[in-house]
Write a protein that binds this ligand. Structure first.
Ligand SMILES: *[C@@H]1O[C@H](CO)[C@@H](O)[C@H](O)[C@H]1NC(C)=O
Ligand SMILES: *[C@@H]1O[C@H](CO)[C@@H](O)[C@H](O)[C@H]1NC(C)=O
Ligand SMILES: *[C@@H]1O[C@H](CO)[C@@H](O)[C@H](O)[C@H]1NC(C)=O
Length: 607
């Protein structure tokens, strides 16, 4: 009833507008177009195939400015700073929404524009803070609204197709009221980071610069099961990261979540087989499945994802009986021009984070093993997504991302270095930092190998081209700069940028179950859920004492927590883009961050 009434009301309003703005021509406030965002060149590897079909539906997502975001950031840093009196006093969902809501001037301007194009309020999908509004529109309408032309684009290597444009415009009067509109210029290809390392030893040996002392030099390491050198199980991680004997005390209050994208879901029978072998007490347990935007969960054993299985098995296996949640986020079906209703948003971060921000109860630690070169995500959009992670952090949720599997670029397996070219029109070689790991409001997890641990060659690391160095890591990162040659890799990276990763964990030889069988797999994909599992156990210890969970981790890690991390001081460099990459050194470094967890020490410092 209400909806019908509102629709009628909006239609009446529209009739009014039709009088005022005949045809949205140049005389109207919405006729005076100016370019809002333009790529300087089509992104590498993508070619146009044809014009986009006029009736193909796309879901336009419009981001309105958040004029109080700085205040939100201030709250985030205060409640995450262990020396601040507000430490742990996380904000509620409603408080966060109040801090990111757009101004009423922006809301009014965008509403008028949408109404002038014939959209009624009931057709709009708004985020709770009203900072995002989405509408489903045929391409021909989007083209009119954005003064652009959409094409079908095809990716050479993968064959993926997308409906995109290389630039879009907005009426001049709207520029101050809209941050970003997608899908327009975003060609990113969100990649899962689990790599099957069938031949790990060749590149492992090739890049090594440092041999760790033998494990006999450390009594605790000497006691670790020797089999862990060949194959990493849940028990190996418990031994290595010092959680043996810790029994979770607050599973009723605690929680951990894992995200899955690209039609990946975790297979329950594989999890059962994994538990039977590695965590027998958990064999009858399962996890909560949540589908976001049509994310799949067919449980067909042959379509389960390698990445999803890895993440779920280790994150939940390490933390059992802490309840686990797995989100499967849809939104990247293959584009078929003949099916005009196919949605083809390919914006998984925003889909997922919007969904989660709408929930009252969100798991306290969330691990994501996906990422892509920062430059492939348009900056305005990357900022909005990163700001969404800050919103979760302010609510007391720890967000972890894998740091990437391409070293400093996408380079160790790319001798031609075509993946290390900038797409800013200059086409010059540059390191390719991984987004979202470079977002300063998330904790980026790099990789190690072997016992004792050394850095591993593929561990993504370096410096953001989008975000400046946040204050929380300034001292550690400037200490690292003192250890490197004065002019290192000039013009290949931004030395003033946010350094990543923040921390590290094992990233090779994880024994995962897939299609009923055990496999060895690696990647910083494995490192992120491993580190997240330790964070969940630390949260358990805090919740058991009536304290709040750790929330956004970086301030506390750089301020105090580093003393509870194993500093990784050598191993492989992380080569890429025609260079040997960075060394791991004493203290923070752009390959293993501050190091890997020692649960007993961290528990003493952080709980
Ligand atoms: C799992 O369930 C089976 C069947 O009910 C039962 O026999 C077994 O003891 C259970 N295992 C555990 C570890 O709870
Ligand atoms: C960039 O330069 C490389 C050679 O260095 C070339 O192969 C590639 O096609 C160029 N790309 C563009 C978009 O100009
Ligand atoms: C890495 O460490 C080696 C050995 O200490 C040193 O010779 C080299 O200059 C370092 N390279 C970089 C890029 O820091």
């Amino acid at each position: 009833m209400l909806a019908a009434y509102r629709k009628l009301f909006s239609l009446l309003l529209l009739v009014g507008y039709a009088w005022a703005i005949p045809g949205l021509g140049n005389g109207s406030p919405f006729g005076d177009f100016e370019v809002k965002e333009a790529l300087s060149q089509p992104p590498a590897g993508w070619k146009t195939v044809s014009e986009a079909p006029a009736d193909h539906l796309i879901s336009l997502r419009i981001g309105l400015p958040q004029p109080n975001f700085e205040a939100l950031e201030q709250h985030l840093f205060e409640v995450s700073n262990p020396d601040h009196e507000r430490y742990g006093q996380h904000l509620s969902k409603e408080q966060v929404e109040e801090l990111v809501k757009p101004s009423s001037a922006s809301l009014d301007a965008v509403n008028e524009w949408l109404e002038a194009h014939g959209f009624a309020e009931v057709e709009l999908d708004r985020s709770p803070a009203k900072d995002w509004v989405s509408i489903k529109v045929p391409v021909k309408v989007a083209e009119k609204m954005l003064g652009t032309k959409y094409n079908i684009w095809k990716h050479d290597e993968s064959g993926d197709t997308l409906v995109r444009t290389t630039s879009y415009s907005l009426p001049k009067s709207l520029h101050a009221h809209i941050d970003v509109i997608q899908p327009t210029t975003m060609f990113s290809r969100f990649n899962p980071l689990a790599t099957t390392l069938h031949l790990p030893d060749a590149p492992l040996r090739a890049a090594i610069t440092y041999k760790a002392p033998s494990r006999a030099s450390d009594a605790r390491l000497a006691s670790i099961d020797p089999a862990c050198s060949a194959s990493i199980t849940v028990n190996c991680l418990k031994q290595l990261y010092n959680t043996v004997g810790y029994v979770p005390k607050a599973p009723k209050k605690n929680s951990i979540g894992v995200t899955g994208y690209l039609e990946q879901f975790a297979n329950e029978n594989d999890l059962k087989a994994f538990y039977a072998e590695q965590v027998p007490e958990a064999v009858n347990s399962t996890f909560k499945f949540i589908s976001v935007n049509g994310g799949e969960n067919s449980q067909d054993p042959f379509s389960a994802g390698f990445e999803a299985n890895l993440d779920v098995q280790f994150a939940f296996g390490l933390t059992y009986p802490t309840p686990g949640t797995f989100w499967s986020t849809g939104g990247r079906p293959p584009f078929k021009p003949d099916l005009i209703v196919t949605e083809n948003t390919n914006e998984p971060y925003a889909e997922w984070v919007d969904f989660v921000l709408k929930q009252k109860d969100v798991p306290y630690v969330i691990s994501t093993s996906y990422g892509e070169p920062e430059q492939s995500v348009p900056e305005a959009y990357a900022r909005r997504v990163c700001n969404s992670f800050a919103q979760l952090g302010a609510r007391g949720i720890s967000i972890l991302f894998s740091s990437g599997d391409g070293g400093v670029g996408d380079g160790w397996d790319d001798p031609t270095q075509t993946k290390c070219k900038t797409n800013d029109g200059r086409n010059v070689t540059r390191f390719m930092p991984t987004f979202p790991a470079t977002c300063p409001y998330v904790t980026a997890v790099g990789g190690t190998t072997d016992i004792p641990e050394i850095s591993v060659y593929f561990s993504g690391g370096g410096f953001s081209d989008y975000w400046p160095r946040p204050a929380y890591q300034a001292r550690h990162v400037s200490d690292w700069f003192k250890t490197i040659p004065k002019v290192l890799y000039k013009d290949l990276y931004n030395p003033a940028g946010r350094g990543f990763p923040d921390v590290a964990a094992q990233g090779t030889r994880f024994r995962v179950f897939w299609r009923g069988e055990g496999f060895g797999i690696g990647g910083t994909s494995a490192s992120a859920p491993a580190f997240a599992g330790i964070v969940a156990l630390l949260n358990d210890a805090r919740l058991g004492r009536g304290k709040r969970p750790l929330g956004f981790l970086n301030p506390v890690l750089y301020q105090k927590g580093y003393a509870g991390l194993n500093d990784i001081t050598g191993g492989h460099m992380n080569p890429g883009c025609g260079t040997t990459g960075f060394n791991s050194t004493e203290g923070w470094d752009p390959i293993t961050g501050l190091g890997t967890p020692d649960f007993v020490k961290l528990k003493a410092i952080l709980t």
